[in-house]
Design a protein around this ligand. Structure first.
Ligand code: 13P
Ligand code: SF4
Length: 325
C-alpha cells in the first residue's frame, strides 16, 4: 500500500535548482534514487542506479541508504520495501500502477490455486505484494526461463499474470504452464504490420523485443529479452541499426551506450508505445517526494514476511544457475 499525504504536485518556485536540491537532499537524508530504464531521460540521468526489475530488486536488497526513492512503478517500489523493510521507500507518484499487476488479484489467484492442487505458483515480478504472498517463486524477464527450468519437467505450474511472457516461456522450455490471462497494454499493442513496414524500410536492422510482446512480434525478433538483456545485446551486436519493440524510454540508455548506432522505436497500433504509468514520475515529483518524504510504501510485517520468501527464492535460484552473483 502507498500512503500519500498529497504533496505530489506541490508547486516549486521558479528560482529553485531542482536537480541541485535533489542532490543536496539525497546527501542530507542518506537517500538513493533507483530508476528503471523506462523512466524519463532526466530521471535516469539523476538516478544513482538504473536497471531492469531484477537489478533494481538486487540493489534494494543490498543498499545501506536510509531512504530509497523508487522511480519506476508501484510493484518495483513494493519489491524494494519487501526486501528492505527497515528502510523508508518513497515513490514520486502513488498512481504509477501497471496493467499487468492490476490484472491479477489475490482472491482470484487463491481460487485458482485451490482448484489446481499440486501446482506451484510462479509469478512475474509485475504483481502486488498480496499476489507475491501466494507465490512459490517470483521471476523477472531476466531469469524466467532459467527458473522455470530449475523445476522438474513434470512439476505442474501456474504462471501469473502475463500470458505473453508465459507462452514465450512455454515455447522455449517445452513446459505447459497454466497461464493467467493478463497482459501489458504497452507491449500487447505493438503492431505486427508496422513492424514489417519498419523491417522493409530498414532491412539491415535487427529487431529487439521484450517478451511481454505477442508471439507474432517475438517471431520477427532477432533478440528477445528483458530491458537489460536488450540493452546488452545492442552493445555487443555488430549490427549498427535496431528496431526496438519495447517502451521507447530505453532508447536513452541505448543511445548513451552506443552513440554511433541507430535505434528506431517500434510503432503501436493504439497508442504511442509509451507506458503512461512510468511517465507519471517527473523531476518535480522526485523533488517533492524527497522533501516531504511522501508518498511512502507501507506493507504490514506479516505480508512482508510472506512476500519476501518467493523473492528471496528467485534471487537464490538465479545465483545457483549463474544468472547473478
Ligand atoms: P524488465 O524486468 O525487463 O525491466 O521489465 C519490466 C517491465 O515492466 C517491462 O514492461
Ligand atoms: Fe506494467 Fe507494461 Fe508499464 Fe511495464 S510497460 S510497467 S508491464 S504497464
Amino acid at each position: 500500500m502507498i500512503i500519500d499525504n498529497g504533496y505530489v504536485n506541490t508547486l516549486i518556485g521558479k528560482d529553485i535548482d531542482i536537480v541541485g536540491e535533489i542532490i543536496r537532499m539525497k546527501k542530507e537524508k542518506n537517500a538513493v534514487i533507483i530508476g528503471h530504464y523506462y523512466q524519463r531521460d532526466d530521471i535516469q540521468a539523476i538516478s544513482d542506479y538504473v536497471g531492469d526489475s531484477l537489478a533494481l530488486a538486487q540493489f534494494a536488497a543490498k543498499t545501506d541508504a536510509d531512504i530509497i526513492v523508487s522511480c519506476g512503478v508501484n510493484f518495483m517500489a513494493e519489491t524494494a520495501k519487501i526486501l528492505s523493510p527497515s528502510k523508508k521507500v518513497l515513490v514520486p507518484d502513488a498512481n504509477a500502477g501497471c496493467s499487468l499487476a492490476d490484472s491479477c488479484n489475490a482472491k482470484d489467484l487463491k481460487r485458482l490455486k485451490d482448484e489446481n492442487p499440486g501446482h506451484i505458483v510462479i509469478s512475474y515480478a509485475n504483481t502486488t505484494a498480496d499476489v507475491k504472498a501466494l507465490t512459490d517463486v517470483v521471476v523477472t524477464s531476466s531469469n524466467a526461463c532459467g527458473i522455470v527450468e530449475s523445476f522438474p519437467e513434470d512439476q505442474p505450474i501456474i504462471f501469473v499474470p502475463d500470458k505473453n511472457l508465459g507462452s514465450y516461456i512455454n515455447r522455449l522450455t517445452g513446459r505447459n504452464m497454466k497461464l493467467w490471462n493478463g497482459s501489458c497494454f504497452v507491449h500487447e499493442n505493438f503492431s505486427v504490420e508496422k513492424l514489417v513496414e519498419l523491417k522493409n524500410k530498414y532491412p539491415e536492422a535487427e529487431v529487439l523485443a521484450h517478451p511481454e510482446c505477442k508471439s507474432e512480434i517475438l517471431e520477427l525478433a532477432d533478440n528477445v529479452g528483458s530491458t537489460k538483456a536488450l540493452l546488452d545485446y545492442s552493445v555487443k551486436s555488430d549490427c549498427g541499426q535496431f528496431i526496438v519493440v519495447t517502451e521507447p524510454s530505453i532508447l536513452y540508455e541505448m543511445k548513451k551506450s552506443c552513440p554511433n548506432k541507430k535505434f528506431i522505436p517500434a510503432v503501436s497500433s493504439t497508442n504511442c508505445g509509451e507506458c503512461h504509468y512510468m511517465r507519471m514520475n517527473t523531476l518535480e515529483k522526485v523533488y517533492n517526494c524527497l522533501k516531504h518524504e511522501n508518498p511512502e510504501v507501507v506493507i504490514e510485517d506479516e505480508l512482508c514476511e510472506k512476500a519476501v520468501k518467493p523473492i528471496n527464492r528467485m534471487l537464490e535460484i538465479s545465483k545457483n544457475i549463474g544468472l547473478i552473483k
